[in-house]
Design a binder for this molecule. Structure first.
Ligand code: XMP
Length: 523
């Protein structure tokens, strides 16, 4: 358990609860999200939060079995911030009134104006130079609303549809707002969180430097003198995990890099050079491309491809891991978003869009215990830790690359010829993006070779070659994405370069689909 000041976020099921945690982590505040139905008095007593935040949520306080925080939250003597549903719950429990929507529901942008009262929770809000018309943009998303505040509370901000937009009981350090300060559409929301944690006495002691030291001590304590194996994909998460564990236990760690023959141009060499030569880590480079490509021959169904790769990956990893001899632990780059238990109101199973490839099920099969040193971190924190550990910036900033690799960028049947063309075309595309200085602005970019040939003319001759799709998206977490708006100059120049430099391509398309309705990868 971390020794830092801890903030507890009680999740009532809002779509944006994770953003609260991100805003707090940006302030060097350690926080955890837990669903309301797991947080009872005993949990709270054990967690010992220095402050609590109630998230928003889709429920109504009037509903049967409406989600509630444990009673001891209000008597623990710690500051509380309630957001949207969190505000309604506070008022409902503490003696105020909540009313049904009926024409007062608000969704989207709204403007909050100050009242005659001021409080440090609003430091930086309503700057006096804005004069009497001072107001701040906020993001609202509520059906029910508070119609009467609880005893002890006063109003510090109002909006046309939310007379109790900002409320506080300064003596108990209870704060409650109707809007969502965690989203970007509330431009001064981060400031509000900063004010709240300052008032709660947080020291801002959650830094990657401190985390590195603690994580190393924890790994040593967990592993002792046993051996650890780690599947290295060349992605940021497994690389940072490997470097961190290597720093903790040195040669007790062996990495297994499974080359399934579906990597990008020069990728296997880069990974092996960096980890074996630069970090001097024991590394097994398992070149299993013949096995994978053999099994994928004639396969064109995306799910069959994914499942075949996933199954072979586990077999191959297991084979090479056994060779390490007597390893008791498996290291994984699991991140915090994978760990957060989400609140499900529908209760139904969600639809599987794609079978994601990971090493799930492997630890039990092999009788291994897990080492997951990144379990408490968000992706941007993993990158910061990578910097802290001295990984090259160009490596840390690399776009995500899926486990099944180029297989899912080659719709239809996979052949070595198509993979070879795709590798070279992708390299030209990424080179163009770097040349234009756009790499870091784009969340993920890649080429995909389409399962069709089209007619073209080059020189005086007819060509009949493959068509290529270019994809580039902006995103925060890969859950939703928008296509990147390249200039025509960029697209034209890139298409020309690819067709000139890569034999086998005579036509280039740019994919303008957002997610949803598309997905980022083509399969
Ligand atoms: P989609 O295509 O589902 O992709 O919109 C979202 C993000 O996930 C990556 N991706 C994967 N990553 N194993 C992975 O490790 C997989 O099986 C996998 N499939 C998709 C994809 O590259 C994008 O960043």
């Amino acid at each position: 358990m971390t020794q830092h000041d801890r903030l507890l976020i009680i999740d009532f099921g809002s779509q944006v609860t994770q953003l609260i945690a991100r805003r707090l982590r940006e302030l060097n505040v350690y926080c955890e999200i837990h669903p309301y139905n797991r947080v009872d008095d005993a949990f709270l007593a054990a967690f010992k939060p220095k402050a609590i935040i109630f998230s928003g949520g889709p429920a109504s306080v009037f509903a049967d079995g409406a989600p509630m925080p444990p009673a001891s939250a209000f008597t623990a003597g710690v500051p509380i911030l309630g957001i949207c549903y969190g505000q309604q719950v506070m008022m409902h429990v503490l003696g105020g009134k909540v009313e049904r929507g009926h024409g007062t529901a608000e969704f989207g942008r709204a403007y909050v104006s100050p009242t005659a009262l001021t409080h440090p929770i609003l430091a930086g809000w309503f700057p006096p130079e804005d004069g009497p018309l001072s107001r701040e943009q906020v993001w609202m998303s509520h059906g029910d609303h508070v119609s009467e505040i609880a005893p002890g509370f006063a109003v510090y901000g109002t909006s046309p549809n939310a007379p109790f937009a900002i409320t506080a009981d300064p003596s108990r350090h209870f704060y409650a707002v109707q809007f969502h300060p965690e989203v970007h559409h509330t431009p001064k929301g981060a400031q509000l969180y900063e004010n709240f944690v300052k008032l709660a006495g947080f020291k801002g002691d959650w830094t990657m430097g401190a985390y590195r030291e603690e994580a190393i001590a924890k790994i040593r304590a967990q592993v002792g003198d046993q051996k650890v194996i780690c599947g290295l994909s060349g992605g940021v998460d497994s690389s940072v995990a490997a470097v961190l564990i290597h720093e903790a236990i040195g040669d007790q760690l062996t990495c297994v890099f499974v080359d399934h023959g579906l990597l990008r141009l020069g990728e296997a060499e880069q990974v092996v050079t960096m980890f074996r030569d630069h970090y001097q880590m024991p590394l097994i480079h398992a070149d299993e491309s013949a096995l994978f490509l053999g099994a994928l021959e004639g396969v064109s169904d995306p799910e069959v491809k994914r499942k075949t790769i996933g199954r072979l990956f586990i077999d191959v990893f297991q084979k090479h891991a056994t060779a390490v001899g007597g390893a008791k632990f498996l290291a994984q780059g699991t991140l915090y978003p994978d760990v957060i238990e989400s609140v499900s109101f529908s209760g139904g199973p969600s639809v599987t869009i794609k079978s994601h490839h990971n090493v799930g099920g492997l630890p039990e099969k092999m009788g291994l215990k897990l080492v997951e040193p990144l379990r408490e971190l968000f992706k941007d924190e993993v990158r910061a830790l990578g910097h802290e550990l001295g990984l090259p910036p160009a490596f840390i900033g690399r776009h995500p690359f899926p486990g099944p690799g180029l297989a899912i960028r080659c719709p239809g049947e996979i052949t070595t010829e198509k993979l070879d063309i795709l590798r070279r075309a992708d390299a030209v595309y990424i080179d163009q993006i770097r040349k234009y200085g756009l790499y870091d602005e784009i969340w993920q970019a890649f080429a995909a070779i389409l399962p069709m040939k089209t007619v073209g003319v080059m020189g005086d001759g007819r060509t009949y070659d493959y068509a290529l799709a270019l994809r580039a998206v902006t995103s925060v977490d890969g859950m939703t994405a928008d296509y990147y708006p390249f200039t025509h100059e960029f697209l034209g120049e890139t298409a020309t370069r690819i067709i000139n430099e890569v034999n086998g391509i005579n036509r280039v398309f740019y994919d303008c689909t957002s997610k949803p309705p598309g997905t980022i990868e083509l399969e």
